[in-house]
Design a protein around this ligand. Structure first.
Ligand code: PLP
Length: 248
């Protein structure tokens, strides 16, 4: 693996420090969200530099890239997968021993494939992805309402039939417009919170034990607002690593 320059390492430390400070002031006395550094399309040396500065939570968008990086980077990194997982890649995802959380689960089919592929590791944390903006371009299940309960069905399936998966919470990407309008409560965040509260109520109603469910929301443009609105985990790429190269 290419080693990093001290100059680049200092730049990355400064960037992530600024993000952490912004999270601190946005959180005030409330519990701070976890910061996941989204390192997709950035070199492993960048991740190593932040690892050496003490950071452990990193996120990737392409499962093969995550697997390749996980193989050469320290084994106590806690990886988050934030991209869409095709069913033919479920086995690969399940084989990564330090995959901490799959943030984009949105089908029973993939849940079953993961469940069958996992054996000798602790339960894999999953977030269910919710398409809070309703945009066709976004993945995820519909928010939980009286007429749409696919989110509940998947949560029930994970709880009842997937002992190797741990339902940790819900995740949304949200619309570009909402993420760049910081004047109002962000409708995507409000929607995700409503789905979380409703889901928890239904799970308890179904007689299932249910810890508080986390919320993964907030990216470079809106992680401060997400923090103010109760996010448990923010996913920040550009503000830490700089602009990404185009993926061809
Ligand atoms: C790329 C990506 C991020 C990070 O985006 P930035 O705007 O660069 O902070 C967060 N979440 C997901 C799902 C992503 O794909």
């Amino acid at each position: 693996m290419a080693t990093y320059t001290q100059e680049r390492a200092a730049e990355l430390r400064e960037n992530i420090g600024a993000v952490l400070n912004a999270i601190d002031s946005a959180a005030g006395p409330s519990v701070k969200p976890r910061l996941v550094a989204i390192s997709k399309l950035k070199p492993a040396s960048d991740i190593q530099a932040l690892y050496d500065a003490g950071y452990r939570h990193f996120g990737e968008n392409y499962i093969q890239e995550l697997a390749d990086k996980a193989a050469i980077l320290p084994k106590d990194i806690q990886w988050h997968f934030v991209g869409s997982l095709q069913s033919n890649k479920a086995k690969l995802a399940a084989s990564i021993p330090n995959l901490y959380c799959l943030e984009t689960l949105s089908s029973i089919k993939v849940a079953d494939l993961l469940e069958r592929s996992i054996s000798d590791r602790p339960a894999l944390n999953v977030y269910l992805q919710v398409n809070t903006s309703g945009e066709d371009s976004k993945s995820g299940l519909s928010p939980l309402t009286q007429n749409r309960d696919e989110l509940l069905q998947l949560a029930l399936h994970v709880k009842r039939s997937c002992p190797h998966l741990n339902l940790l919470g819900l995740m949304t990407i949200g619309s570009f417009e909402s993420s760049h309008d910081t004047s109002n409560p962000n409708p995507d965040f409000t929607c995700l919170k409503q789905s979380r509260d409703e889901l928890r109520r239904k799970l308890v109603e179904a007689g299932l034990e249910c810890n508080d469910l986390e919320l993964s929301m907030g990216m470079s443009a809106d992680f401060e607002q997400a923090t103010r609105e109760g996010s448990s985990s923010v996913r920040v790429g550009t503000r830490i690593f700089g602009e990404r190269p185009r993926k061809n």
